[in-house]
Design a protein around this ligand. Structure first.
Ligand code: SF4
Length: 80
């Protein structure tokens, strides 16, 4: 699932593209998807919350409508 970028840095396979699609994502975008390694997902994934800016940008890239906007609190981040 991991692709080496440098001797120090790596990324999830499929995410280092202009049109990223993580190989851990199973299902069909826009219908039903899930992360196949959710409990082990890395910290950048844990920082994205449903309805935050990164979520909305990802949805827009796939032509999906925006979710209701949400103000992300510190407790939301701790719960993720
Ligand atoms: S949460 Fe992270 S690891 Fe899981 S599918 Fe999304 S990008 Fe991949």
């Amino acid at each position: 699932m991991v692709e080496a970028l440098t001797p120090v840095y790596s990324c999830l396979r499929g995410t280092n593209h202009s049109s990223p699609h993580c190989q851990a994502l199973v299902g069909e975008v826009g219908k039903a998807v899930k992360c196949s390694m959710y409990e082990q997902r890395p910290s950048p994934c844990r920082e994205v919350l449903a309805g935050d800016d990164k979520c909305q940008k990802a949805r827009a890239r796939h032509g999906l409508p925006a979710l209701p906007t949400k103000t992300v609190t510190d407790s939301d981040k701790l719960a993720a």
